[in-house]
Design a protein around this ligand. Structure first.
Ligand SMILES: O=C(O)c1ccccc1NCC(=O)[C@H](O)[C@H](O)COP(=O)(O)O
Length: 225
């Protein structure tokens, strides 16, 4: 029974910052539950609308396409919703609760933990509780580039969120790699993990070997929790 239970508790995996068709195919084949497309111009992983729509077409049923924004305009988000038809929105900037809910779409709210105003467990929980309608709360490290930094953060900062009865699904991000993710899973026991730099050869250029190793590490750690 315990092995069946641990299978039921399988940690979901989002692979973010995809820019190439072959990387979408690799992520899906490896067993990713979600693939992330970055609509933030300054990112080296940013994709355009046409490119994103084409990548989206390669994603089969039962794999979510996540559209990621950093302080985008309402029009920019609406264009992506119309032309890419993502399954989930991810707001990774300073977006208000009203902005996030205004699109009537499922969304994840990212929190850049360790940054200004998010430097204690209580402050992190208070910030999260402003977004009770989020499908998940994603926790990333703080960086001036808003995300995709490859940097990790102190998981102790999630202690209050993890104990909160009203916590939304926890997605752990920030510098995860195949050889470190098992420890992070043991510390946080998130619903899902999210990775970008740790499965790349260069920004936006994913590594088939690193994706396979990362998925294997998560699967192994999930079975033994
Ligand atoms: O990936 C980016 O370039 C990026 C840029 C600006 C804001 C968010 C960005 N990515 C968001 C993600 O969900 C990443 O997967 C997350 O930040 C973790 O990245 P990494 O530490 O490189 O695994």
């Amino acid at each position: 029974m315990s092995s069946q239970l641990s299978t039921l508790q399988r940690t979901r995996i989002k692979i973010c910052g995809l820019t190439r068709p072959q990387d979408v195919d690799t992520a899906v084949r490896a067993g990713a539950d979600a693939v992330g497309l970055v609509f933030y111009g300054p990112s080296k992983r940013a994709v355009g609308l046409g490119q994103a729509a084409s990548l989206r077409q390669r994603v089969p049923a039962f794999v979510d396409v996540v559209a990621l924004f950093v302080n985008a305009s309402t029009h920019e988000v609406e264009q992506v919703i119309e032309q890419v038809q993502p399954d989930l929105l991810q707001f990774h900037g300073d977006e208000s609760p009203e902005f996030c809910t205004s699109f009537k779409q499922r969304y994840m709210r990212a929190f850049r933990v360790g940054g200004p105003g998010l430097d204690t467990p209580e402050a992190v929980l208070a910030a999260c509780r402003r977004y009770p309608s989020a499908s998940a709360w994603l926790f990333d490290s703080y960086s001036t580039g808003y995300g995709g930094s490859g940097l990790s953060f102190d998981p102790e900062l999630l202690s209050a969120v993890r104990q909160a009865p009203d916590s939304r699904s926890i997605v752990l991000a920030g510098g995860l790699k195949a050889d470190t993710v098992a420890h992070s899973l043991k510390m946080v026991q998130p619903y899902a993990v999210d990775v970008s730099s740790g499965v790349e050869d260069a920004p936006g250029i994913k590594s088939e070997q690193k994706i396979a190793a990362f998925v294997q590490s998560v699967a192994s750690a999930s079975m033994h929790r």
